[in-house]
Design a protein around this ligand. Structure first.
Ligand code: NDP
Length: 292
């Protein structure tokens, strides 16, 4: 039987609607408008698209959006000075430095210079530590979006076998922490994993975050499993540029119980979660109750 499609686009729209409601209340009741600053260094085309999209959606939910576009050869000192200025700006509640940064800039240093309270990407080492110890933190947007879709689909994830393919700091590792937090039995697979097909076949939940077009075929998927495809890969097919995930959607959807499409799955949820994190940061900064 064909899998149920988990519609990330529709889900993201409901998340944005809720965010817009919170923003309206913050304005009406407290005269506060949440502000998100996005810093882009250089002219990476994919990053430019993401930053434009983030800015547009930030404004659509009623928040203030500030974009800082810096030259590709911006010095580390100048970038750190900008982050410091944003850290100290009371109108800015969330700061996002778009990755990847040009090679001459130290990503870890820059990310760890963001005030943890304004780190809406959840990449600061303090937030990573808080998440891994089960404390209140800023949760990275992509894994958070995946978790929300899984909870929505399953209700409880307790006791499920989850396999995360990929161990990056921005997707794989925080995803595994979140699944563990929801009491899944979690396996993290990566490029050195032995017998990857067998490992994936044991999973009730598969999260693919690899960056390799359609690497996970349908016959790796356990009958009825839920498949979350984080991958965004641009390939040429039949003379056209198309976006595909890390999972072979056609064959996987024959075996999975539910699956996210690419595009229209994880991608829209990522930006919606960024907006939600910015509202959360704003509420925390002002000592107000956080949205659930
Ligand atoms: P990284 O390149 O940082 O990490 C990829 C991971 O996949 C690594 O841990 C790597 O293992 C593992 N891997 C690579 N090849 C294999 C293989 N053959 N078998 C098993 N594991 C393998 O990527 P990201 O985590 O940043 O991103 C992953 C994908 O998700 C990309 O397609 C990216 O575009 C997409 N993405 C989508 C987002 C969204 O909003 N939807 C947001 C962020 C990312 P090892 O560590 O051993 O090298």
């Amino acid at each position: 039987m064909a899998a149920q499609i988990i519609d990330g686009k529709a889900f993201a729209a409901t998340v944005r609607e809720k965010v817009a409601g919170h923003v309206a209340r913050l304005k009406e009741e407290h005269n506060i408008t949440p502000g998100l600053a996005v810093v882009l260094v250089g002219e990476d085309p994919a990053s430019q698209v993401y930053v434009r999209s983030k800015g547009k959606q930030t404004v659509e939910v009623g928040m203030n959006s500030v974009e800082h576009k810096l030259d590709v050869d911006t010095s580390e000192a100048d970038l750190l000075a900008l982050v410091d200025q944003l850290n100290n700006d009371p109108a800015i509640h969330g700061i996002l430095v778009q990755l990847p940064l040009p090679k001459h800039l130290d990503e870890d240093l820059v990310i760890n210079s963001i005030s943890p309270a304004k780190d809406v990407d959840g990449f600061h080492i303090s937030n990573v530590g808080l998440l891994s110890t089960g404390q209140k933190s800023m949760v990275p947007c992509t894994p958070l979006g995946c978790l929300m879709m899984l909870r929505d689909h399953h209700g409880s994830l307790s006791g499920m076998n989850a396999v995360v393919v990929g161990r990056s700091n921005i997707v794989g590792k925080p995803m595994a922490q979140l699944l563990l937090g929801d009491s899944c039995t979690v396996t993290i697979a990566h490029s050195r994993t032995k017998d990857l097909p067998d490992v994936v076949r044991r999973a009730d939940i598969v999260v693919a975050a690899v960056g390799r077009p359609e690497m996970v075929p349908g016959d790796w998927i356990k009958e009825g499993a839920t498949v979350i495809d984080v991958g965004i890969n641009r390939i040429e097919r039949d003379g056209k540029n198309v976006l595909v995930g890390d999972v072979d959607f056609a064959s996987a959807s024959e075996r999975a119980g539910a699956i996210t499409p690419v595009p229209g799955g994880v991608g829209p949820m990522t930006i919606a979660c960024l907006l939600a994190n910015t509202v959360t940061a704003c509420c925390r900064a002002n000592g107000l109750a956080e949205p659930e």
